[in-house]
Design a protein around this ligand. Structure first.
Ligand code: UT7
Length: 306
């Protein structure tokens, strides 16, 4: 028993902010940002609910499902539009959903966490037959636009999938973790802006994500060389390169959008999935690894047979 993806959707704000735009207002440069992160430009200027709704509509259209077909809504975000109600509430109203819905916050690992929660709920005999899983974040609202250590990285975006119940075993393995002793290296207080010790986050992320992938592949009894598609969190292209090197997954199997999207947290994995879908590599039977990490620090990995 499991869940399979039948629809994928993406949403990005219209406004493009290039590295040169940032270099005009702070002490940085296009070449430094490209070399150290892989980012060329990012999109900013929207709300989490707007991005969630737009990406969900696209995913539902691809899946050919209507509001009444959706049995549960899970929305991953660490930038909800309000403290309460959950952003899922507004999204649900706009999409005319009648099912249950809730937000989860596992920072940038949220979509991978959400995929594990969604798949597990769909395996329940009374679980939903179709589920909408959204990852959306509007980080531009919590960035200090004079702080070059964060302003160059974070951006806005949304991505969504429609999952359908299947008799096939699709989620072959998963792993998730939270290590609160690293909470102080990446956080945002209420009403404030993101604070990050980038170099520390980088080091923890490479080690934790590589270990998490190795553990999950072992649980799933899959070799790194058998991975067809890697959908990694888009925080820094150098992190993805380092993780591939450590795990033995061919970097060419990773689908990366960071050059044009920056790091939009919960949205990065579904945006990477959109690129993989457009490239025609998400075929029945493909072995697909999703992996995310973020504030907490949190991390999560799934190994899925497509
Ligand atoms: O979603 C998860 C969240 N976050 C992450 O995954 C972030 C992980 N960390 C990173 O991506 C990287 O650590 C950064 C991109 C944030 C920084 O790159 P780095 O290679 O770790 O740079 P650094 O902080 O070690 O700084 C190297 C140098 C320093 O100058 P000195 O001391 O060598 O003279 C910095 O002051 O680069 C300088 N620097 C910059 N220069 C131009 C730091 N930020 C910038 C900048 N532009 N934006």
């Amino acid at each position: 028993m499991g869940a399979r993806v039948i629809g994928i959707g993406a949403a990005l704000p219209e406004r493009v902010v290039t590295n040169d735009d940032l270099a005009a207002t702070m002490d940085t440069s296009d070449s430094w940002i490209r070399e150290r992160t892989g980012i060329h430009e990012r999109r900013i200027g929207s709300s989490t609910s707007v991005l969630a709704i737009e990406s969900a509509r696209a995913a539902m259209e691809m899946a050919g499902v209507h509001s009444e077909d959706i049995g549960l809504l899970i929305l991953s975000t660490s930038t909800p539009d309000k403290c309460m109600p959950a952003t899922a509430s507004e999204v649900s109203a706009e999409l005319n959903l009648t099912c249950g819905g809730f937000d989860i916050n596992a920072a940038c690992a949220g979509f991978a966490y959400g995929f594990i929660v969604a798949s597990s709920m769909m395996k329940s005999p009374t679980g939903p037959k179709r589920l909408l899983l959204i990852g959306a974040d509007s980080l531009s609202n919590i960035i200090d636009w004079t702080d070059r250590s964060t302003a160059i990285l974070f951006a806005d975006g949304g991505g969504a999938v429609v999952l359908e119940y299947t008799n096939a075993d699709t989620l072959l393995g998963w792993d998730c973790a939270t290590d609160g002793k690293y909470a102080s290296i990446l956080y945002c207080d209420h009403g404030s802006t993101v604070v990050m010790e980038g170099r520390e986050v980088f080091k923890v992320a490479v080690r934790a994500v590589a270990d998490s992938i190795a553990t999950t592949l072992e649980k799933a009894d899959i070799r790194a060389s058998d991975v067809d598609v890697l959908l990694p969190h888009q925080a820094n292209i150098r992190i993805i390169e380092a993780v591939c090197k450590r795990t033995g997954i061919d970097f060419a199997k990773s689908f990366n959008v960071i050059a044009h999207t920056g790091n939009n947290s919960s949205a990065t994995i579904p945006l990477s999935m959109t690129k993989a879908h457009e490239s025609g590599v998400l075929l029945p039977g493909s072995i697909v690894v999703m992996t995310g990490f973020g504030a907490g620090m949190t991390w999560a990995t799934t190994v899925v047979r497509w």
